[in-house]
Write a protein that binds this ligand. Structure first.
Ligand code: SF4
Length: 698
């Protein structure tokens, strides 16, 4: 290897929330190899994306110049070739492009909204939300957590007082039982999955609850393929057994919780025998799972989008929290709640306040003292009075509705791709086309950038400096190994220049200055300094002293809630928003595949990953394909009330006979043309995991 590269740089994998530390090997200004190093989450391991998904950085489609839409460009639409955009966009200088962007945004107050990114650093997320709040005086700023774990965070804040995990996933090493529900870690959090497999190998009982089969099944003690959407019924029936059989931890409930009596009363109606039809799981199995979990010395609960992306996503998480509380499985080694975070920095971007209802560290925008603190810190600038509106801002999906309603007329989108990721992409694309001004900052000319008026070329992860926070609450240092192509610049620097042009007196010259400002308002960063991160690479928050590597487990001695008590919030069963009927008789569910990341803009431009998984596909039970008269690998047409896609079908026994699984990385068969935009009323997350669909041979 030493002959094949001339520099090595430590950084963080840009894909999932596991946050694997990597060594970027570079030669002649290019990354040539990536190896795993000994980070606290990955212990030297990497998955196929981390190992091979780096060459998109050097793809010829990288944006190298600022672009401005031509006056004579065709009407806005999904009609731009990212390799040949000259008819639609002209290249511009930074001054021209930033002036054009500022002209479209400045002075528009509530007509402006911002979509930030969970792929940017903590400092960039902080600056982005500050730009919208300080620059325009309101809270219409959000990012993709809304499509991810917003419902989990809502339930965690409500019931344990904090949205982050209570224990790192590595704590499974100290557990004897673990539940994995609505998550497929082998594909979505592959390095975390290696720890789960080791846990099972040494005798740990792994209980997998998921409507779709998965690779962890062969490592599990129990695999319950319950009916899609029946999560609350299943979890309440498990808790019913624990309560009915006296398997609860009474001491813990009395000392550490509130509202148990209401929860216990509520659970009486969920006998597993009564829930069997709804869940598709027989009562004896539910009783066995309940006894296994309640009998654990130490147990952890992991969950993913299968739990969160429902109109009852918040209720699903409330049930998981209640299950942990009633058995006292929080705050000890090997015990805790762990929503597996999706994007590499979705935890950090949320902590940094890139959400419409919270300022950094989840301080509510509705609290006078919170807003006053920020008014004092940020001050009066550029004609703005430094005051932040005492009103929650709009979420990502609500912002696009507000565009259609004519209330939002200009947007600044950094590293997000709503033209692919919104739950109703036709609706999203029409909204983007209707804007007076759309400024898109990204590394590629994404589907969303097709609709832009100004495009600002940004640096990729391996070209910039900044901290990111993984699913384990580990704040880690990302470092540049190569320089950005052409005129592309780091996101934080672009946002600073745009803010200045919009009248803000920003003087940041390095992300370390932004981090220092964040520390003034974020107690979560106490004892974590930029210098320390440069030295140590990672520190887990909370860190109790300048030498404490951070707390892997929290809430052993109380919760950040009134009287230090966590809360039980009972949850009722509600039906999915759109149930199958004669016209749309099957159930559509969506998700990721191992090799591809979200809207595919990076991984489909990575040679190895694209070679392994080059084609849009869906999966169905072989019996379902037989009935359709389609051979495995043949073509099918999927239709919902919102749209139709045609693509290749795989046979997969893990998918129930009345279901279709559709990955969402492929623009040529975009899953979100089909998905249901109905929202969870609390977390405002769309029901990506359940829609009624018709399947035909194509
Ligand atoms: Fe990257 Fe996640 Fe794979 Fe680790 S598990 S290498 S963070 S994609």
């Amino acid at each position: 290897d030493s002959k094949n590269f001339d520099a090595e740089t430590k950084s963080i994998c840009p894909f999932c929330g596991v946050g694997c530390q990597v060594s970027l090997k570079s030669k002649d200004g290019k990354i040539v190899k990536v190896d795993g190093i000994n980070g606290p989450a990955n212990e030297g391991r990497l998955c196929v994306k981390g190992r091979f998904g780096f060459d998109y950085i050097h793809h010829p489609h990288r944006l190298t110049k600022p672009l401005i839409r031509r006056d004579d460009a065709p009407a806005k639409g999904l009609n731009v070739d990212p390799g040949n955009y000259g008819e639609v966009f002209r290249e511009a200088t930074w001054d021209e492009a930033l002036d054009a962007a500022a002209k479209g945004l400045k002075g528009r107050g509530r007509q402006v909204a911002g979509f930030g990114s969970a792929k940017c650093s903590n400092e960039e997320a902080y600056l982005f939300q500050k730009f919208i709040r300080q620059g325009f005086g309101h809270n219409n700023v959000d990012h993709c957590t809304r499509l991810c774990h917003a419902s989990s965070v809502a339930a965690l804040i409500e019931n344990v007082g904090s949205g982050a995990v209570t224990a790192t996933f590595n704590e499974i090493e100290n557990a004897d039982v673990a539940i994995v529900i609505g998550a497929n870690p082998v594909e979505n959090h592959p390095v975390a999955a290696t720890f789960f497999k080791q846990f099972a190998k040494r005798g740990g009982k792994l209980i997998v609850l998921d409507p779709r089969g998965q690779a962890l099944k062969r490592h599990s003690s129990h695999m319950l393929q319950f009916r899609p959407g029946a999560d609350v019924a299943l979890l309440n029936s498990i808790m019913h057994v624990i309560a009915e059989e006296g398997l609860v931890d009474r001491q813990y409930i009395e000392a550490m919780t509130e509202n148990w009596d209401a929860e216990r009363e509520h659970l009486k109606g969920f006998a597993p025998e009564k829930m069997a039809d709804l869940t598709g799981i027989d009562a004896a199995t539910i009783r066995d799972v309940a006894r296994t979990f309640a009998g654990a010395k130490s147990a952890m609960i992991f969950w993913g989008m299968g739990v969160s992306q429902h109109i009852h996503g918040t209720d699903n998480s409330r049930c998981l929290i209640s299950l942990a509380l009633m058995t006292g499985q929080i705050g000890r080694p090997g015990a805790g709640l762990h929503p597996l975070r999706g994007q590499n920095n979705v935890q950090g971007a949320s902590d940094a306040g890139l959400i419409p209802m919270f300022l950094p560290d989840y301080a509510s925008v509705l609290k006078d003292d919170v807003r006053q603190k920020y008014a004092a810190l940020w001050g009066d600038q550029g004609g703005f009075d430094g005051k932040i509106e005492a009103e929650k801002g709009l979420t990502v999906t609500e912002i696009l509705d507000a565009v259609h309603a004519g209330d939002i007329k200009a947007m600044y989108v950094l590293g997000e791709n709503p033209a692919m990721s919104d739950p109703d992409v036709d609706h999203a694309r029409a909204a983007l086309a209707a804007l007076d001004c759309l400024v898109v900052q990204d590394i590629f000319l994404t589907e969303t950038a097709n609709y832009a008026d100004v495009i600002l070329p940004a640096a990729a992860f391996a070209e910039k400096t900044g901290t990111v926070t993984n699913t384990n609450r580990q704040v880690q240092m990302g470092r540049p190994a190569v320089t950005p192509p052409g005129d592309a610049r780091e996101d934080w620097a672009i946002t600073v220049d745009l803010a200045k042009r919009c009248g803000l007196d920003w003087t940041y010259a390095h992300p370390r200055e932004v981090f220092a400002e964040m520390k003034q308002v974020m107690a979560s960063l106490d004892n974590i300094t930029w210098d320390r991160l440069e030295r140590e690479d990672a520190v887990t928050y909370p860190s109790l002293s300048p030498t404490d590597p951070g707390q892997a487990i929290v809430f052993g001695d109380g919760f950040p809630r009134p009287e230090g008590r966590a809360k039980f919030t009972p949850a009722n069963v509600i039906a999915p928003d759109e149930v199958p009927d004669a016209d749309y008789p099957m159930i559509l569910t969506t998700g990721r595949q191992l090799e591809h990341w979200h809207t595919g803009s990076m991984t489909r431009r990575s040679k190895v990953l694209d070679a392994v998984e080059p084609e849009a596909n869906c999966s169905m039970h072989p019996g379902t394909l037989r009935k359709l008269g389609v051979a495995p690998g043949g073509w099918v047409r999927l239709s919902t009330r919102r749209g139709t896609v045609t693509l290749m079908a795989r046979a997969d026994r893990a998918v129930a006979p009345d279901m279709v699984f559709l990955p969402f990385a492929f623009v040529e068969a975009a899953a979100n043309l089909l998905t249901n935009p109905a929202l969870d009323p609390v977390g405002k997350i769309p029901e990506f995991k359940f829609a009624a669909v018709k399947v035909e041979a194509a």
